[in-house]
Structure formats: structure tokens, C-alpha cells
Design a protein around this ligand. Sequence first.
Ligand code: AMP
Ligand code: MG
Length: 289
Amino acid sequence: MGKHAKTAGWTTPAVESLRVTATGPIAGFEPSSTPGFEGGKDSGAALLTERGAVLADLQELLYANGRAGDRRSVLLVLQGMDTAGKGGIVRHVGGLVDPQGLTIQGFGKPTPVELSHDFLWRVHRALPPGGRIGIFDRSHYEDVLPVRVHDLVPKSEWEKRYEVINQFERDLVASGTTIIKCAMVVSKSEQKARLTERLERPDKYWKYDPGDIDERGFWDDYLEAYQAIFDRCDSSHAPWFLIPADRKWFARLAICELLINALERLDLEWPKADFDVEAEKKRVAALED
Ligand code: AMP
Ligand code: MG
């Protein structure tokens, strides 16, 4: 371990090594790989603690600027097959920062009310306000994933959604939101192991959904649907990243790095005091103990 611990680290930044344009097609992507990262679980977990502190500072800076009126925000979109670990990212990466600064929204099967509106209706309502990091556990991409795989709406309709999504994301970026889209890729064998565990532990039953087994039967169709979103909805302003998800420690570290990168690019500074600091110091000094 000693040898690895010393050399552990990124040889290529996550923002480059995990971008879909660098990883190649999802069908050939290795879910237990660690693209751009040298090191194992122990060194990766140690690095996450270190980088988590950096992320927390940057998040506070974003929040402070939001309080001062800055409208900018960051949106992390999480997609992935069942058991890929989206919830784990919310808990373990979201958990690295002040929860006040997060807006977390999951997207399940649309309710009758949601279905009565345009597919982006529920998404608009869930966008992070200025100063926040929003996390989407599933997203508008569901409307071209299960919806496409099962033709939940006619093909003529879901076909149009790619361009609608592109336009929506362009507008979002123009209004000050930095978008990071992560597709977590779990292998079939690891999914089986995780499903097995859910049935062996009463504290995991709540995570088990018999329908997940049916969806697994459409694995290749899902890969095709995922590839379509990368081919049609990846851009420099709203990039897609492939996150190998068989090793949870790596998925967490990678997404933490992507968030740090997004926040650093905002080039934020602490907001200036909107009061006379020297005058206030005198007033506080004059207070009775
Ligand atoms: P979970 O994330 O485990 O709570 O599961 C949510 C379920 O809702 C998954 O099976 C998703 O595929 C499904 N879902 C989410 N959004 C949509 C959508 N727009 N159309 C159809 N199914 C969806
Ligand atoms: Mg589920």
C-alpha cells in the first residue's frame, strides 16, 4: 500500500479523462476502471477526505455570493442504471458540504399531474436558485431513457426531446447555471451482487424494487439509449461524463473532482462587506461584555 499511497493521484484531470468524448462508447466502457487515476481504494478514500474539504470551502464561497445577489448555481445531473449508486453520491459527495447549500431532487415515475404538463415542467420547478448546488437524482434524461426503451410516448415524440433538452440546457447555462452530467456505469455482475445484497439484508429491502429485474432485461436497449444522449446531448457547455460505478470510492472521488472543477471555473471571491468594517469594529469593541 505504501508505494501506491505515495504515487496515488490523478494523472489526467477527471474533467478530461471521464468526458464521454474521451472514454469512447458506453458499450465498451469498463465499470471497474479508474480512468485518469492512479491508486486504489485506501488512497482514493483518503484523497476524498482531503478534496471534500476543498469542495466544502468552494461551496461556501458560492453560497456567500448567492447571498450577496449572485445568480449563478451549479447543477449536477446523476443518471445510471438501478443500483449504480446515485443515492450514494447524494449522501457521500453531497454530504461533504453544508446541506443548506444543496437543493436535492429525485425524479421518479411521473405523477398524473406531472404527466399533464410538458416533460420539462417538473424540472424547471426543481432548478437550484442562485448560490446553490443542485443535485438531480435522475432527471429530464429519463424522458429519453425508459421512455425511449419502452416507447412510453410515440417515437415521433421522444425523438424531438433531444433538441428540446439541448435548448433547455443552453438557456440554463446562459442564465448562470453550470451543468455537469454524470452517467454512472455499473456492470451487470456488480448489479447482480448489489441486488443480491438488497435481498439478504432487511435494512436494504426498502431499496429493492422487483421492477429492477425487468429493466435489467432491457440492458442493451438502455446502453443504446444512453449512447444516444451522449451523441446528441453532449456539448462543452453541458458536458456528459461517464463514471465507472463498480468501485464506489472511485465514483465518489471522481464526482467530487468534477464539482470542484466546476466551482473553480466560476472564479469566485468572497463578497465585499456592504457595511463599514472599521466603523463596525469600533461599535463591537465598545459593547459591554
Ligand atoms: P428510483 O430512482 O429507484 O426511485 O426509481 C424511479 C423510477 O422512476 C425508475 O424506474 C425510473 O426509470 C422511473 N422514472 C423516472 N422518470 C421517469 C419518466 N420520465 N418516465 C418514466 N419513468 C421514469
Ligand atoms: Mg430504484
